[in-house]
Design a protein around this ligand. Structure first.
Ligand code: HEM
Length: 81
């Protein structure tokens, strides 16, 4: 995938959230499978994945790579289409 191209939530962003992420974050009030919820919480989501605070290391999941963080940021810069 060429990240320089226009990104979309369903194609480029949604797949970066695992089923575990979605299941654990719903009770915390954020539906990571919903474009609207992710858009509404985008700045907070970006800072937690960038810092490695989310997903929590205790979950056993790997922290987001720089490439994943950059793709999310590019999606934000494109207006979260
Ligand atoms: C607005 C941003 C976010 C906030 C405020 C937030 C907050 C929280 C809180 C309060 C918990 C429960 C306590 C804990 O286990 O530490 C939690 C758990 C979790 N979050 Fe987030 N979260 C955010 C974004 C994310 C994102 C973007 C991901 C995935 C990429 C994620 C993945 C998880 C997972 C997997 C757990 C379960 C951890 C476990 O039970 O071991 N969260 N989050």
């Amino acid at each position: 995938m060429a990240d320089e191209d226009a990104l979309s939530f369903e194609k480029d962003i949604r797949p970066m959230f695992t089923d575990l992420d979605v299941a654990h974050m719903k009770p915390a009030g954020i539906d990571l499978s919903s474009a609207g919820d992710v858009k509404a919480n985008a700045d907070a989501i970006y800072s937690t994945v960038r810092s490695g605070a989310m997903p929590p290391p205790s979950s056993g999941e790997a922290r987001w790579s720089d490439a994943m963080c950059e793709r999310f940021k590019r999606w934000l810069d494109q207006g979260s289409p």
